[in-house]
Design a protein around this ligand. Structure first.
Ligand code: TEU
Length: 537
């Protein structure tokens, strides 16, 4: 795969590593860079082309590294800069690109810039952040932070509030200050020069915030700043860039991911993430509406075909595990994990696999005091204080906490799932004795080998990478079926999203089509529980 050329990611699959939970090589109970290096052969066997590495920079870890105190240093428990350089070179030797997670919207309050900013209004770094004069107890407005509470924090010594969309320890950077932008572009070039071949851009849709107008996402300067960022920091056409954009719709995604390369390669949009929520609140559980999910996927497939580019994902470090959410944790865990993978990997775009997804890892249920995630802890406290029953709030926590994704990767059936020789920083899911990579590698019918085959298909078949999209049976509540097409190749993807056997007939044109992959040994004329198949004409 020639990664010097724009667009290599159209045939690629990217794997997300959450470093704290991936693999511990020095026994301190925390994942680290040495652990990732030790697992590169595993990832090469899976067949992935890039690793999205969640932040490994110096950080006080209030938000597990998304609160950066030095963009050019490695958090010591993760290793050294030499370890990082070794990871980049060892990955590249295996044809795997390192894609660094860049948090440009905010820093940690421990960052040198913020410490300088606190020293006084006339400090040259003061305007690196967003300040408003005020008096205690009367914030500039009623904006709320994502992790609870006011989005304004008062500093008595300055008689001012600073703005933070996330935790109090994550002060927002002032992107309207050209010096901030220049510092960030220069820092990104530092990593490009080290051989990093891509960037995931944390909450990029919020960098042009306008708090006086209560605007965080989609500020008026947003695309001007993104085009400037791209022109100054992502000059090499082979750099893959993916922006996290919770607020994006299809029209805006065309701007973000335009083939002209003026902005980014693609974005993470999250519309599908709310197909089982009441309103836009992920904590308000609803039953999955498959027609709603299919309509969303259809809109994004057809909307960006030929004029933009989709990312494809069910999981990441902020989301529950998909097999627990829309599959089956019990009897049909393997079939449903394979079905969900088929549904996603048949679409046009760049698929992202979150660590453990490839072996069908599941959610976890813990007592509230064992949850690590700041978002989960604050939500529980706020909702119980507001009068919701702890039991009801815990049902939401079990289903949607980000900590579902952050339990240590399950490598073996041995102590701590082979993740660490020490005491793991977070609870290992007790089902590691059955669900682990070692068992998956040994079993040719495992979820792992199914993912490996799916990844290979994307490289082999033009129709998967470039085909158009036609949704079949849009109103069917149980079956997701669609056709992809390029001249000379037509692909049918059919997935039963239920634990029941479903009568379903393929379009006549696909009679006699060749099965490319399926999660059952042979066709049965009906769709068995969670049955999935890709057929090629
Ligand atoms: O997430 C942005 C973000 O908005 C999510 O935290 C989202 O609000 C929440 O997870 C949905 O319930 C990015 C990172 O992915 C996340 O891990 C960080 O906590 C956040 O930004 C702040 O950097």
């Amino acid at each position: 795969m020639d990664k010097s050329k724009r667009g290599w990611w159209r045939r690629a699959v990217i794997y997300q590593v959450y470093p704290k939970s991936f693999m511990d090589s020095d026994g301190d109970g925390l994942g680290d860079l040495g652990g990732i290096i030790g697992k590169l052969d595993y990832l090469a066997q899976l067949g992935i082309d890039g690793i999205w590495l969640s932040p490994v920079y110096a950080s006080p870890q209030e938000d597990n590294g998304y609160d950066i105190s030095d963009y050019r240093a490695i958090w010591p428990p993760f290793g050294t800069m030499e370890d990082m350089e070794r990871l980049i070179s060892e990955a590249r030797r295996r044809g795997i690109s390192i894609i660094m997670d860049m948090v440009l919207n905010h820093t940690s309050r421990e960052h040198r810039w913020f410490k300088e900013a606190l020293r006084g209004r006339d400090n040259p770094y003061h305007d690196y952040y967003v300040w408003r004069d005020g008096v205690p107890g009367t914030p500039p407005n009623d904006m709320r932070a994502c992790f609870g509470g006011s989005a304004w924090e008062y500093v008595p010594e300055l008689g001012q509030y600073y703005f933070h969309q996330f935790a109090v320890g994550q002060p927002d950077l002032n992107w309207d200050n050209p010096r901030v932008r220049e510092e960030l572009y220069d820092m990104i070039r530092f990593w490009v020069e080290k051989g990093v071949e891509g960037f995931r851009l944390d909450v990029i849709d919020s960098i042009a915030k306008e708090p006086d107008r209560k605007i965080t996402a989609r500020g008026q300067n947003l695309h001007r700043y993104i085009r400037e960022l791209s022109a100054n920091a992502f000059r090499e056409e082979g750099l893959v860039t993916v922006g996290e954009a919770w607020s994006a719709d299809v029209e805006e995604a065309k701007e973000y991911s335009s083939p002209d390369g003026r902005e980014l390669s693609m974005i993470f949009q999250f519309e599908h993430n709310f197909a089982d929520c009441v309103g836009g609140d992920k904590w308000r559980l609803d039953r999955l509406s498959l027609p709603k999910l299919k309509g969303i996927l259809e809109r994004w497939q057809r909307g960006l075909h030929g004029c933009g580019w989709n990312s494809l994902f069910w999981n990441n470090h902020d989301m529950p595990r998909i097999v627990s959410r829309w599959g089956d944790e019990g009897r049909y865990r393997v079939e449903s994990a394979k079905m969900l993978a088929t549904a996603l990997h048949g679409l046009q775009g760049t698929p992202y696999i979150f660590e453990g997804e490839e072996i069908g890892m599941t959610n976890i249920r813990l007592p509230i005091e064992e949850y690590e995630d700041i978002e989960t802890r604050n939500l529980y406290r706020e909702r119980v204080a507001a009068g919701e029953s702890p039991e009801a709030v815990m049902e939401s926590v079990y289903a949607r906490s980000r900590d579902n994704a952050r339990t240590p990767m399950q490598w073996t059936s041995g102590p701590n799932a082979g993740f660490t020789a020490g005491t793991p920083w977070f609870k290992v899911n007790p089902n590691y004795t059955e669900i682990n990579a070692e068992a998956a590698l040994r079993d040719p019918d495992s979820v792992f080998h199914y993912y490996r085959r799916l990844i290979a298909l994307r490289k082999e078949y033009e129709v998967i990478a470039e085909g158009d999209f036609t949704l079949l049976c849009p109103e069917d509540e149980r079956v997701f079926a669609y056709v992809r097409g390029v001249p000379g190749e037509r692909l049918l993807v059919v997935c039963n999203f239920t634990p029941e056997t479903v009568e379903w007939s393929a379009p006549e044109e696909f009679e006699g089509a060749r099965t490319l992959i399926s999660n059952y040994p042979s066709r049965a004329g009906t769709l068995r529980p969670y049955e999935a198949e890709m057929m090629l004409l």
